[in-house]
Design a protein around this ligand. Structure first.
Ligand code: FPP
Length: 242
């Protein structure tokens, strides 16, 4: 736990799954006349602080939008810098094993560099028995892509006779998503002043509470998260009921 952060005054009703859209790294760097990749380095530091804080306060599942299926359009050197941050994090996070955090990647790994894909598979295997907290990292992830992928899985199962079309319910369909074993997002946090979902967990956010903040991701702190948690606890979630 960081020196300046407290876990006092937290509401009792905490979300089971918090989703984070880590936005504003580029603007953070630009404001300092630095290359955009420097913003991602700072963003990665914030990511680690927030993971640690969520674990300290007992959140069961956290997810982060780290690289979208659309982010390949960025300049090569920025994409390389982000991929290298993923490599470094996976190497470094082995020291967190004792903290019982399971790491799972959401997204299509098939187009990633071989060494990165292997590191991802290894860390998923090596942490698969940890249940204290699950960290979902969305890399080469797109919500529509995920749904299309799930629809293809369902279609193939119908074709092979394993299931019938009538068996396809929301519950069964969600078993074919990357998040099959994890709860829907209760609280979705997007910093940096943007108010959109940008193709992140669009199925799993159907009933999420949204929290937007003007703070850029590298400046996002556990205290900022605490504000979101307090606001979340005060919301009335009716899931379509009254
Ligand atoms: C969006 O901000 C951020 C990204 C596309 C990359 C996020 C990646 C990291 C924070 C590194 C994560 C590292 C680990 C270890 C998970 P933006 O670049 O779109 O910002 P802008 O809107 O200000 O341009």
């Amino acid at each position: 736990m960081g020196k300046n952060t407290t876990i006092t005054d937290l509401p009792e009703n905490l979300p089971e799954h918090i989703g984070f859209i880590m936005d504003g790294n580029g603007r953070w760097a630009k404001k300092r006349m630095m290359p955009r990749k420097f913003g991602h380095v700072e963003g990665a530091k914030t990511f680690k602080k927030i993971v640690r804080y969520c674990r300290d306060i007992g959140i069961r599942c956290i997810s982060f939008y780290a690289f979208s299926t659309e982010n390949w359009k960025r300049p090569d050197d920025e994409v390389h810098a982000i991929m290298n941050l993923f490599r470094q994090y996976i190497d470094e996070c082995r020291q967190y094993f004792l903290e019982e955090t399971r790491i799972v990647f959401l997204g299509d790994k098939s187009v990633l560099a071989d060494d990165l894909r292997q590191k991802m598979i290894d860390i998923e295997n090596d942490t698969k028995d940890y249940h204290e907290m699950t960290l979902l990292l969305a890399i080469n992830y797109g919500g529509r892509d995920e749904i299309v992928h799930a629809a293809k899985t369902a279609a193939l199962k119908v074709k092979s006779g394993e299931i019938s079309a009538d068996d396809i319910t929301e519950d069964l369909f969600s078993r074919y998503l990357y998040t099959a074993d994890y709860p829907d997002v209760d609280l979705l946090i997007r910093p940096s002043g943007e108010m959109r979902l940008s193709n992140y967990l669009i199925w799993q956010c159907a009933y999420s509470e949204f929290y937007f903040s003007d703070v850029l991701w590298p400046d996002f702190t556990p205290d900022e998260l605490k504000k979101a948690l307090v606001e979340y606890a005060g919301r009335s979630r009716r899931f379509g009921g009254v």
